[in-house]
Each structure stands twice: as structure tokens, then as C-alpha cells.
Design a protein around this ligand. Sequence first.
Ligand SMILES: C[S@@+](CC[C@H](N)C(=O)[O-])C[C@H]1O[C@@H](n2cnc3c(N)ncnc32)[C@H](O)[C@@H]1O
Length: 237
Amino acid sequence: MASGLQARKKESWKIFDDIAKTYDPLNRLLSMGIDVYWRHKLLKHLPNKKNMITLDLATGTGDVPVVLVKSPDITKVIGMDLSKGMVEIGQQKMKKHGLDHIVDLRIGDGTDISLPDSSVDMVTISFGIRNFSDPKKSLKEILRVLRPGGRVQIMEFSIPKNWFFRKVYFFYFRNLLPFIGNIISGHKDAYTYLNETVEDFAYGEEFKGWLEEAGFKNSTYDVLTFGIATLYRGDKA
Ligand SMILES: C[S@@+](CC[C@H](N)C(=O)[O-])C[C@H]1O[C@@H](n2cnc3c(N)ncnc32)[C@H](O)[C@@H]1O
């Protein structure tokens, strides 16, 4: 990985602090609403448990918790993120939706999780792990905090295999998305950085291998919307 990119990842939460206010509306605009549909996929693959406590890492403004609480089998969602700006917007959102009694958003590091061993039934991360400075350490931490029979679900951008979609995708991600994102967020290069992290990150079989290496069982993945995003899963034995 380019050393400049790795250095920026250590403090990527600062970028999110700067763009927190425009993060949600820009997500809807730049993904044309598909991001909401993708997050709902998490509900289709819940572990077969009742009264679950789940943990959402890199929760940002809490868009994953908002989806997860729709399941009657989930009684509490803890969301952690290093960006105070993102978490504060998330906390306001939970209050507005009357969800603050079941969704607990706090500052927390996805690579050094401040929870005891075997304390949650599921861990989710959506569009977060590629921003972590040490994603493999995060996977080991996730395995540690999961209860036996628990599951991790990770949603991340990937790169379409089909040459046509790949061409359209690169044009959009390398040109349009950074241009619109940087202007509307008012940040000089936040959306250029976000694009660079996508192209630099493991996906498909390589990322599935990372799950296996960390010790997850039954690891698998579903390719979403021509390969623009991928949903990975793994279980704790
Ligand atoms: C692209 S946002 C994703 C937010 C949300 N999960 C979503 O689906 O919209 C990535 C988030 O990762 C957070 N982040 C970066 N490094 C982190 C770390 N080491 N631990 C926790 N969160 C981190 C950033 O602050 C940012 O809010």
C-alpha cells in the first residue's frame, strides 16, 4: 500500500470529523440511494439467535444501527467510531427516531475494541474497514468480542469484474464522485482519498482469505450491484 495512504488511514477519522455535516446527504446523492438498499442486506443474514446484542464498528452517523433495530431478534446495538463529529450527528439521529434507548453510539476504535471477550452476538462494519490502519488486527479483535456462534458481517466497496461496468465504475469513482464530493463537502480532497482507499483495498477471495486467517469459519461473500460492493460473512465456532 502507498505509504502516504497508510499514514492518512491512522487519522482518517479526522477527515470524517470535517465532512460529518454533509456525510449523510452526500452518501444518498453519490450512491443514488443504493447505500440504503445495501445496508438492508445485513438483515437477511443474521445469526440464528434471539435477544441479540450487536456491535457496529466505524458506525459513523449510525445508518447501520437504524437498519438493524428493525429485527425483532436484536435488542441492543452498540455503535463505535473514532470521529466525534460523526457520532454526535448519529446520536441526534437516534433521538429523532426515538431509538436512543436501544442504540448506544460512542467513541471507540475498531482495531482495539473496548468490550470484554465473548460479549456480543454479531459485529457489523459497513464501508469502514478499508479506513482502518490495521484491518487484520480488527478482524482478530472482532473474533475476540464475539460469543460462540456469533457472526461478523462486513460490507465494503469492491471492483466490478465485467470490463464494461469496470470502465463506467472507474470513470465515476475517479472523476465524478471526487469532484462532486469535494465541492459539496467543502473539503479539499476527502472524496479523492475515499476513492484511493477503495482501489487499494483487498476484495473478493483475498478479503475472504483474511477472514479465514483471522480464525472465522464458514466465511463467504455476496457480490452486490455488479461488484460495486461486497458483503462478507464469517462465524465464530
Ligand atoms: C465511510 S464511513 C462509514 C460510516 C457508516 N458505517 C456507513 O455505513 O455510512 C467510515 C467511518 O470509519 C470511521 N473510522 C476510521 N477509522 C476508524 C477506527 N480505527 N475505528 C473506528 N472507526 C473508524 C470514520 O470515522 C468514519 O466514520
